[in-house]
Write a protein that binds this ligand. Structure first.
Ligand SMILES: N[C@@H](CCC(=O)N[C@@H](CS)C(=O)NCC(=O)O)C(=O)O
Length: 214
């Protein structure tokens, strides 16, 4: 039975799944869900995978499932310790970077509240702090799986795209360390990551433009 994925093109958690599907060339039916996620998803969120009459709505569980069912090419290594670090990095990016930057969506509007500026500043400061922390833990390894992308790289195109678009929109910039710049360069050299970076950037730009028109 063909796998079916409920997804949304400007969802940051769905972006991670896009990378995995592309990297592994998974044959899957994608259904673009606009709203009312509760009608099909147990947690009322996307991505949501329909599988043997079960609806699985957690991006990390979906990624791990794809890794088991479509093991080649792999997003993990043969070394359990490296894989643990890969999973740790992926969770850190999900929770500390994406979890923080997505708060900025609610500040994209035509009329702002007097306290918005301070809150936006604090979000950018939090991103800067978390970026330093994550790149410190990552050390000098560009790709944690050495020569190829791993599970730790699947959620980074969306984050880098969002950061670029929100920096432009709010006219702010976070301080970039050398390891940040090197990783961004490596991301642009990988076809799968670059494709998702561009696709997601396009979606965010459209989302911002539509929001400002509304
Ligand atoms: N932990 C979940 C979070 C999923 C999530 O928050 N998805 C957002 C889209 S990025 C969502 O569906 N939000 C509900 C809504 O927009 O109504 C995962 O990793 O899949």
């Amino acid at each position: 039975m063909k796998l079916k994925l409920y997804t949304n093109s400007h969802s940051v958690t769905c972006s991670k799944i896009e990378v995995v599907i592309d990297f592994k060339s998974i044959d899957i039916e994608k259904i673009e869900a606009i709203n009312n996620y509760g009608a099909f998803s147990p947690t009322a969120t996307v991505p949501c995978l329909s599988m043997n009459n079960n609806m699985i709505s957690d991006s990390s569980s979906i990624v791990e499932y794809f890794e088991e069912v479509f093991p080649s090419p792999s997003l993990l290594t043969k070394d359990a310790n490296t894989n643990m670090i890969i999973r740790f990095q992926s969770t850190l990016v999900d929770e500390k970077l994406i979890g923080t930057i997505r708060k900025l969506f609610s500040f994209v509007k035509n009329t702002s509240h007097p306290s918005d500026g301070m809150m936006i500043d604090n979000i950018f400061k939090e991103i800067e702090y978390n970026l330093k922390l994550i790149f410190q833990i990552k050390g000098s390894n560009l790709y944690l799986a050495n020569s190829s992308i791993s599970l730790a790289d699947c959620n980074t195109p969306a984050f880098f795209s969002m950061l670029k678009e929100f920096e432009k929109h709010f006219n702010k910039e976070v301080e970039k360390t050398d390891s940040f710049n090197e990783y961004e360069k490596a991301l642009f050299l990988d076809n799968v990551l670059l494709k998702e970076y561009k696709r997601y950037g396009f979606e965010i730009r459209n989302w911002i433009a539509n929001k400002l028109l509304a």
